[in-house]
Design a binder for this molecule. Structure first.
Ligand SMILES: Nc1ncnc2c1ncn2[C@@H]1O[C@H](COP(=O)(O)OP(=O)(O)OP(=O)(O)O)[C@@H](O)[C@H]1O
Ligand SMILES: [Mg+2]
Length: 243
C-alpha cells in the first residue's frame, strides 16, 4: 500500500539571475494509501511540480517525500530508477509515440525490462480494460483524444503502479469524455489498489475525487475531504468550496 508523506517540501526555480520562484513552499501532507486525491489551484500554483517531485522526476530543495515507507528523496541510482518504475504517469497531452500502434505504445515503457508478466498479453488486457479492444493496431493519429488518453492510461498501468500521477488528464477533452476518463480511473483504482493523485483545473473532476487539495503559490490553502458520510447540504457546501 503506497501511503505518501510529504514533510517540509520546498522547490524553487531560478529565473534570471536573482529572482527565485517558490514553486512549492513548505508542503507537509499525508496522502492515504489508495485514496484518489485532486490537486487544484490556478495556473502556476505548483500542481505539476508537486507531481514531478512525488514521481521523483525532480528533487526538492529541502524536505522529504516518503512513499510506502521508503524515503524516495534519498534514493539514488538503481533504487531511484526502480522507484520510478512503480509510478504511473498520465499527461495532459497523452505523449503517445506517433509511429507506434496503441499496443506498442503500452508496451514501450517496459520493453527494456524483464517483467514477471507477458508484456504483449498484459498490454492487450489493459487496452481491453480501457475499452479499446479491437483498436490495438491503430496509430495514435487514428484515435480520438479520449481514445488516446485511454491508451495513455493503459500505458501508465502496465507496470501495476502503486502510485498513479495524472497531470490534467482530462484537460484536452470535452466534458462527456472527461467524465468517461474519470470513471475509468476510478474503476481501475477499484481493481488495482493504488494511490491516485490528479491535477485538475476542473471543479467537476475534483468533486468526483475523495479529497481535494488546493494550492496557491506553492502552498496548501484548502484541504477538503469528500469521503465522509455528510448530509446532502454539507456535501453541497463542501463541493461548493471547490468552484
Ligand atoms: N522548469 C521550470 N523552470 C522555471 N520555473 C518553473 C519550472 N517549472 C515550473 N516553474 C514555475 O513554478 C511555478 C509552478 O509551476 P507548475 O508548473 O507546477 O504550476 P501548475 O499549477 O502545474 O500550473 P498549470 O495549471 O499552468 O499547469 C510557476 O511559477 C512556474 O512558472
Ligand atoms: Mg501544470
Amino acid at each position: 500500500m503506497a501511503e505518501i508523506e510529504l514533510r517540509g517540501v520546498r522547490k524553487t526555480y531560478g529565473v534570471g539571475r536573482e529572482k527565485r520562484v517558490k514553486a512549492i513552499d513548505d508542503i507537509t501532507l499525508p496522502l492515504a494509501a489508495t485514496s484518489v486525491v485532486a490537486l487544484t489551484g490556478a495556473s502556476g500554483s505548483g500542481k505539476s511540480t508537486l507531481l514531478h517531485l512525488i514521481g521523483a522526476m525532480e528533487k526538492p530543495d529541502s524536505g522529504t517525500i516518503t512513499v510506502a515507507g521508503s524515503e524516495v528523496t534519498a534514493l539514488r541510482g538503481g533504487a531511484l530508477a526502480a522507484y520510478r518504475r512503480t509510478v504511473g504517469f498520465v499527461f495532459q497531452r497523452y505523449h503517445l509515440l506517433p509511429g507506434l500502434t496503441a499496443l506498442d505504445n503500452v508496451i514501450a515503457s517496459v520493453l527494456p525490462y524483464r517483467t514477471p508478466f507477458d508484456k504483449r498479453k498484459r498490454a492487450r488486457e489493459l487496452l481491453t480494460a480501457v475499452g479499446l479492444s479491437g483498436r490495438e493496431t491503430a496509430l495514435p493519429s487514428k484515435l480520438s483524444g479520449g481514445e488516446q488518453q485511454r491508451v495513455a492510461i493503459a500505458r501508465a498501468l502496465v507496470n501495476d503502479p502503486a502510485v498513479l500521477l495524472a497531470d490534467e488528464p482530462t484537460g484536452n477533452l470535452d466534458s462527456a469524455t472527461a467524465a468517461d476518463i474519470l470513471r475509468l480511473l476510478t474503476e481501475v483504482r477499484r481493481q488495482h489498489p493504488m494511490t491516485v493523485l490528479l491535477a485538475t483545473h476542473d471543479p467537476q473532476v475534483a468533486a468526483q475525487c475523495e479529497r481535494v487539495i488546493r494550492l496557491r503559490d506553492g502552498a496548501v490553502v484548502q484541504d477538503v475531504d469528500l469521503t465522509g458520510e455528510y448530509p446532502a447540504a454539507e456535501m453541497i457546501r463542501r463541493i461548493g468550496q471547490l468552484g
